[in-house]
Design a protein around this ligand. Structure first.
Ligand code: ADP
Ligand code: TRP
Length: 322
């Protein structure tokens, strides 16, 4: 079974990205043949600063390796290092109904807000379909927001196969555990667009300050409180083991504590939880050439597969073999 997913390099990764997606990707490397790539071509639809695009692409590679992605188990590469995908994208584009793309949320939301969209954003789901089909992917682990794109991919693959025979493997979305929706520092869903993130590799002191500033309710000190659903408790649960979590839950239920104590416990636990990856990250970041080599090796492996699939598609539809 081949598992594939892409991560956009649009800035420093936050707890939502890690607990909601990246941690689950890394776990899958143990039992599946995993392909993970840094979707810089997709990020290019929003990141128009060349230095940032380059920096964030390298940064995500370092982050993933520091967090436990093992290049001997999973194949890690950068999307644009496999140009076959862009060629495949064109083949899929020609059969992609405009109506289908008009319904896709990235484009639809922008249009609804009166923001003018470009062809890159409009055809974004077709490139994503090419990403998936180029590697004969069986399963695509994604957050709920991406399920629509996997449906588009299945539609495009289905029509191509219908017209030209069994060229593409039909992929399935594997929706990541949504119970792990991570709250941000304001209690809303953690997201870059809400400015409420805790970055995974934030400087420990800065992170402590961010945690101390988390907005809490004005419940009197001695009143018991249900822990689940409380931002501090929910964040704390992510970075501690079972017994610490239970101890904190009973503290909430008993009452008589201040949020300051919980914040301090959360900051300590977070620092401990990310301390190993942080140290590993510092080591990796000191040798960017090695990172480029690892990711380059990943691309070479991915390209081999993508070239074979592209040839299959080109042969089937007549743009090759004339
Ligand atoms: P952002 O909302 O910060 O722009 P992205 O959309 O780039 O984040 O997130 C990439 C993936 O990370 C999502 O598809 C989702 O799986 C996961 N993710 C992001 N934020 C959260 C969150 N708050 N809780 C759980 N998962 C999240
Ligand atoms: N669009 C995805 C996101 O924003 C990233 C992505 C690009 C992707 N290509 C993909 C995810 C292919 C899964 C499969 O998160």
């Amino acid at each position: 079974m081949r598992v594939l997913s892409g991560i956009q390099p649009t800035g420093p990764i936050h707890w939502g990205n890690y607990f909601g997606a990246i941690r689950q990707y890394i776990a899958l490397q143990e039992k599946e043949q995993a392909f993970y790539f840094i979707a810089n071509l997709h990020a290019f639809t929003t990141v128009r600063d060349r230095d940032k695009l380059r920096q964030w692409t390298l940064d995500i590679a370092i982050d993933l390796l520091a967090l436990g992605l093992d290049p001997n188990k999973a194949t890690l590469f950068v999307q644009s290092d496999v140009p076959e995908v862009s060629e495949l994208c064109w083949l899929l584009m020609t059969g992609a109904p405009l109506g289908l793309l008009e319904r896709c949320h990235a484009f639809k939301d922008k249009k609804a807000k009166g923001i003018s969209a470009d062809a890159g954003l409009f055809t974004y789901p077709v490139l994503q379909a090419a990403d998936i089909l180029a590697y004969d992917s069986d399963t695509v682990p994604v957050g709920e927001d991406q399920v629509q794109h996997i449906e588009v991919c299945r539609d495009l693959a289905g029509s191509f196969n219908h017209e030209y025979g069994d060229v593409f493997v039909m992929p399935k979305a594997h929706v990541l555990d949504t119970s792990s929706r991570v709250p941000g520092t304001d209690g809303e869903k953690m997201s870059k667009s809400y400015n409420n993130t805790l970055a995974v590799f934030e400087d420990a002191k800065v992170q402590r300050k961010q945690i101390m500033r988390i907005v809490t309710d004005s419940r009197p000190m001695d009143e018991p409180k249900e822990p689940v659903g409380d931002v501090l408790y929910d964040l704390y649960s992510l970075v501690v083991g079972e017994s610490d979590r239970e101890a904190m839950a009973s503290l909430y239920r008993r009452g008589g504590f201040g949020y300051g104590e919980v914040k301090k416990a959360l900051a300590d636990a977070a620092e401990k939880f990310f301390s190993e990856p942080r140290a590993r990250r510092a080591e990796l970041a000191a040798h960017p050439a090695r990172i480029r080599e690892v990711v380059g090796d990943g691309a070479a492996k991915a390209r081999k597969k993508a070239a074979a699939v592209l040839k299959r598609a080109q042969d089937a539809c007549g743009v090759m073999g004339w």
